[in-house]
Design a protein around this ligand. Structure first.
Ligand SMILES: C[S@@+](CC[C@H](N)C(=O)[O-])C[C@H]1O[C@@H](n2cnc3c(N)ncnc32)[C@H](O)[C@@H]1O
Length: 213
C-alpha cells in the first residue's frame, strides 16, 4: 500500500532542498546493489533527519540500522563540534559501502560503525545520547526503546521509522503483517509512557518522535 501518493511525494521533493551529489549517488548505488533499497530513508526524510539534527545540535547520536549509511550521513550533519554518531547494523556486507560514502562525506571521525546485533551492542555503548534513530528490525523496536531509555538524556529525542508500516497499521488485524502489529505495539507503548511526549508524523512510511521529558 502506498502511504504518500506519488504526485504528492514528487511535489514534496521539488520543494525540499536538493539531495546533493553524494547522497544522490549513494541512493543510486543502493538501488543498483543492495537488497530492499526502499529501506533507505531518501531525499525528503533524509532532509528531515538533517533538519532535526541541526535544530538539536547533538553531541551524541545513536542509530540502530545503518544499511548503506544514508540516514547516518544526514543525521551527522547537525552534530556539534567534537560530536559522534554511533550506528549499528547486523549486516556486515554493507559495511564497506557505507564506510566509503561516510569517508567521502568527510565524516569518518564523526561516525563510528558497529557491526552486530543491536541488542548486544547497545549495552556496550557507555554514552548518554541526545538523539536516537530506531530503524532496524520492527519486532525489536519495543525492546530497543527500553534498552536506550536510560541512555537518553532528559529532553533528548527518539525518532522511530516505519511506524505506519506501508499503511498496514490501519487495516483489519487479519490483514496486518507481524511487522505492522509490532509497530502498533511500539506506538502504543510510547504513547502510554508518561515519561515521554510523542508525535506521529505521516512522513514517508511514518516517523514517530518521542521526547524524554
Ligand atoms: C530500514 S534499514 C535502515 C535504513 C537506514 N537507516 C537508512 O535510512 O538509510 C534496516 C537495517 O537494520 C538492520 N538490522 C536488522 N536487524 C538488526 C539487528 N537485530 N541489529 C542491528 N541491525 C539490524 C538491517 O541489516 C538493515 O540494514
Amino acid at each position: 500500500m502506498e502511504v504518500i501518493p506519488g504526485d504528492i511525494q514528487a511535489f514534496a521533493e521539488k520543494y525540499t532542498s536538493p539531495e546533493g551529489d553524494l547522497l544522490y549517488r549513494l541512493h543510486r548505488e543502493t538501488y543498483l546493489k543492495a537488497d530492499q533499497p526502499h529501506m533507505l530513508s531518501g531525499h525528503v526524510q533524509g532532509t528531515f533527519l538533517s533538519m532535526v539534527s541541526h535544530m538539536m545540535r547533538p553531541r551524541r547520536i545513536l542509530e540502530i540500522g545503518t544499511y548503506t549509511g544514508y540516514s547516518a550521513i544526514c543525521l551527522a550533519q547537525g552534530l556539534e563540534a567534537g560530536g559522534m554518531l554511533h550506528t549499528i547494523d547486523v549486516n556486515e556486507e554493507l559495511e564497506d559501502m557505507a564506510a566509503r560514502y561516510i569517508a567521502e562525506a568527510g565524516l569518518t571521525d564523526k561516525i563510528t560503525q558497529h557491526i552486530g546485533k543491536a541488542a548486544i551492542i547497545i549495552p556496550e555503548l557507555n554514552e548518554t545520547f541526545d538523539l536516537i534513530f530506531i530503524d532496524a528490525d520492527k519486532a525489536g523496536y519495543g525492546m530497543y526503546y527500553d534498552m536506550v531509555w536510560e541512555k537518553l538524556r532528559p529532553g533528548g529525542m527518539i525518532l522511530a521509522d516505519n511506524v505506519l508500516y506501508h499503511g498496514e497499521v490501519v487495516l483489519h488485524e487479519t490483514e496486518q503483517s507481524n511487522n505492522a502489529k509490532a509497530m502498533i505495539r511500539f506506538v502504543e507503548k510510547a504513547v502510554a509512557d508518561d515519561r515521554a511526549e510523542t508525535l506521529l508524523l505521516t512522513l514517508r512510511d511514518g516517523v514517530m518522535l518521542v521526547r524524554k521529558k
